[in-house]
Design a protein around this ligand. Sequence first.
Ligand SMILES: [Zn+2]
Length: 231
Amino acid sequence: MTSEGQGRDCATCGEASCFGAFVTRTLNHSEVIYQPGELVCRAGMPALGFHVLVEGLAGIRRADPAGRSSLVALARHGEVLGTPPLEKPALQLSNVVALTRCTVCFLERDTALGILGREPLLARALWARESRRVADREQALAMAHGLAARARVAQLLLELRDEFATVRDDGSMRLELPLSRRDMGELLGMRPETVARAIRALESSDVATFTGRTVVIRDLDALFDEVELVG
Ligand SMILES: [Zn+2]
């Protein structure tokens, strides 16, 4: 259980293969705090080093061929934000925006590559995580086509609960959403009206109630059922 609205961070995540945890423990890095909505990486700008998210939740936004930007993925603690500059010069491929207050460690390219060269386990875990993120996104989109809107919203709530939910005395769970309705729609590939309809459906089935960004989940099993029944 975490304190309200705050995700796990790399100072406490205790993951041996977390690049962020390694960076916060041992390195001379610069650290920048971003407020919600602030841009961490801008598409098209040179990628000069590694931005490592050590606390908070960030979103990756990509423009479609029509130039409309939408949220395509979430990034959590320990992840490298934006494009790691393996080649030189490299350009940022996406916008990365802070969704909650984010602490980001910045490492110069040579420093980061030096560490990854000396720490093969860390490097392997990092690349596995990066490639899994792409695969997860593809898998999520593929699955989304087969899932009803309410199941997709339920699934997102389940994904966010580890980091953003607190358990209340009566056993219900209170989740502070780090995403706006619009962000949710973009992430799930759904129109805002569809998100609103899915939310109403979950409410009328007594699975969860939504008040602004606060979601109260009365029964976690019912939420799991939403995903499993349809999926
Ligand atoms: Zn971590």
